[in-house]
Design a protein around this ligand. Structure first.
Ligand SMILES: [Zn+2]
Ligand SMILES: [Zn+2]
Length: 292
């Protein structure tokens, strides 16, 4: 069944990338999706990695939705500061290739572009918080994980206790898994994040709602961890993690139309998600620009 395989393929991308990132020294999918993605990736950590990490699948799985727990209005500063970490509108920065490796150079380029754009042409679309910062937070958490592994190796070599740094590594690995999983959700990489905008020759839906219908209701009704666990590829060393990660985001972006075509198909996302065995109501559409 075409759409079934499609859903599994998306998740496998996230898993592959997560394992890849873990192997070098190391959603957008609702609470259950992020738990499942982190768990499956953690269970595939290779035997060449330290045993404490391979035994931490439960902790890493718990941490899958952790950044989504930072989005409550009761912690306004936190919610405000990290909202843009979950997505990037790649079409908005098509003129910026390759993307700069550091977030502040990215900010500077965006503000220059905004200054050169009239308000009639929606200059504020180029604000960093509107474009999204997905690859930057991912590389920053990856950097934390890598630094923690360096500390771990030094302590092992010096025959010092490692329990505290082990806890740090588990936290960073679980935290990283969230963003890598988000990056596999095509609608977290696009200006078409929740209803088609602009030229629309294929007549895709312009209604808000497709975002949550796809990543939460559709996935909950059609995909389980068991379905995609076997699709995770073996870890590979990445020569340039930032370039590799941006390529991974572009791959997700290339699937945006597939999501809209799925919604447009006779059965559509809504009908699939509302099958009798579904436990995912569609009334959970959230008002945030990005929902998870
Ligand atoms: Zn989302
Ligand atoms: Zn997220």
């Amino acid at each position: 069944m075409k759409t079934w395989r499609f859903g599994r393929g998306l998740v496998s991308l996230a898993l592959t990338a997560l394992v890849l990132f873990q192997s070098v020294g190391a959603g957008a999918w609702g609470n259950e999706g992020h738990v499942a993605i982190n768990r499956v990736a953690a269970e595939r950590i290779p035997a060449s990695m330290p045993r404490f990490l391979r035994r931490a699948a439960g902790e890493i799985a718990y941490l899958g939705p952790e950044p989504d727990r930072w989005r409550s209005p009761s912690e306004f500063a936190l919610k405000n500061a990290q909202e843009a970490d979950h997505f990037i509108d790649l079409e908005r920065v098509s003129w910026l290739d390759p993307l700069p490796a550091g977030r502040y150079e990215f900010y500077r380029k965006l503000y220059e572009k905004r200054a050169a754009t009239s308000s009639a042409n929606h200059a504020d679309d180029y604000l960093p918080e509107h474009v999204g910062l997905q690859p930057y937070i991912t590389m920053e958490v990856y950097g934390r994980l890598k630094a923690a592994f360096r500390e771990y190796r030094q302590r092992v070599a010096a025959h010092q206790p490692t329990q505290a740094v082990q806890q740090a590594i588990i936290f960073y690995a679980g935290w990283l898994g969230h963003y890598v999983a988000d990056g596999s959700q095509p609608l977290h990489t696009t200006i078409q994040y929740n209803g088609w905008v602009g030229a629309n020759p294929n007549g895709y839906t312009t209604q808000h709602g497709i975002h949550a219908q796809f990543e939460t209701a559709y996935v909950a009704a059609n995909v389980t961890a068991k379905d995609f666990a076997g699709l995770v590829k073996s870890p590979e060393q990445m020569d340039d993690p930032f370039a590799g990660y941006v390529a991974y985001l572009r791959q997700s972006n290339g699937l945006v139309e597939n999501v809209y075509a799925l919604e447009k198909a006779p059965e559509g996302l809504r009908e699939r998600a509302l099958r009798p065995h579904s436990s995912s109501p569609l009334d959970g559409l959230r008002p945030d620009r990005r929902c998870c």
